[in-house]
Design a protein around this ligand. Structure first.
Ligand code: PRT
Ligand code: MG
Length: 225
């Protein structure tokens, strides 16, 4: 894996992102920088995608793995939701430079409960709440700041099910249209924070490949302003 500085300078920049909404909403930002992506990861199943800029390639990874690829330098930069970045930073503090809020893949992190569950009364009475979530770090900070005692139950998906089958009193989940909550007879009772995706950059790449990275960072900043 050891490279001479000349080899490193010639290697294309690698941008890590997840398929789905982040990929779709990144395409217009790349287009604003004059860069097109000829292949669609949903169809091609390729994990490394060329772009029309020979100096830039994409890698397609799980949303929660994007910070890991960037932190270890396997990707020079990446795009990840604030939700993912909060959970990652709790385990790997200080490893990532997060220069630009791209204002894409927007939603909010919220507390939701079963319709009819009196969340305010439970909080007011000082009841110990069972909260299921994938966002353990953000949830812990939120309830600690409010002085609410919670037992957090870590889940990896389908949080909406937990209150319906008695696993938890509440969930902390991302909400965009609210359709998923409604379909499962849940209601959002508290907003925790607005979420959008940020550009993240490997610290070493910023130093050694800054001249290559800067025009791309500038283009992203202009396109997302
Ligand atoms: O899906 P997978 O398990 O592979 O990973 P992921 O869910 O982490 O990835 P992906 O692509 O679904 O989400 C990537 C990023 O998009 C997240 O990290 C968020 O920052 C952002 N984002 C924006 C969302 C949503 N909106 C969103 N609505 N991520 C997830 N959702 C889910 C939410 O968890 C809930 O299940 O959609 C459902 C609610 O949607 P509504 O419209 O019914 O309210
Ligand atoms: Mg998803």
């Amino acid at each position: 894996m050891t490279q001479t500085p000349e080899q490193a300078a010639q290697k294309p920049l690698t941008l890590a992102l997840s398929k789905g909404r982040i990929f779709e909403e990144t395409l217009p930002l790349l287009a604003a920088a004059g860069i097109e992506v000829p292949e669609n990861p949903e169809q091609s199943r390729k994990l490394i995608l060329p772009t029309t800029d020979p100096g830039l390639r994409l890698i397609i990874v799980r949303a929660s793995d994007v910070p890991t690829y960037v932190q270890y330098g396997a990707a020079d930069l990446g795009i990840a939701g604030k939700d993912v970045l909060i959970e990652h930073s709790a385990e790997h503090p200080g490893g990532l430079y997060q220069p630009i809020d791209l204002n894409i893949a927007k939603c909010r992190l919220a507390v939701a409960v079963r319709e009819g569950f009196d969340y305010r009364a439970a909080v007011h009475q000082g009841a110990r709440l069972r909260v299921a979530t994938k966002y353990v770090q953000a949830a812990r900070e939120h309830f600690a700041a409010k002085g609410v005692h919670v037992d957090l139950i870590k889940l990896y998906g389908s949080m909406e099910l937990a209150p319906l089958v008695g696993l938890a009193d509440a969930i902390v989940d991302l909400v965009s249209t609210g359709n998923t909550l409604r379909a499962n007879n849940l209601v959002a009772v508290e907003d925790i924070m607005p979420i959008s995706s940020r550009l993240i950059v490997n610290q070493a790449a910023l130093k050694t490949r800054g001249a290559r990275l800067q025009p791309l960072l500038d283009a992203f900043a202009r396109a997302s302003a």
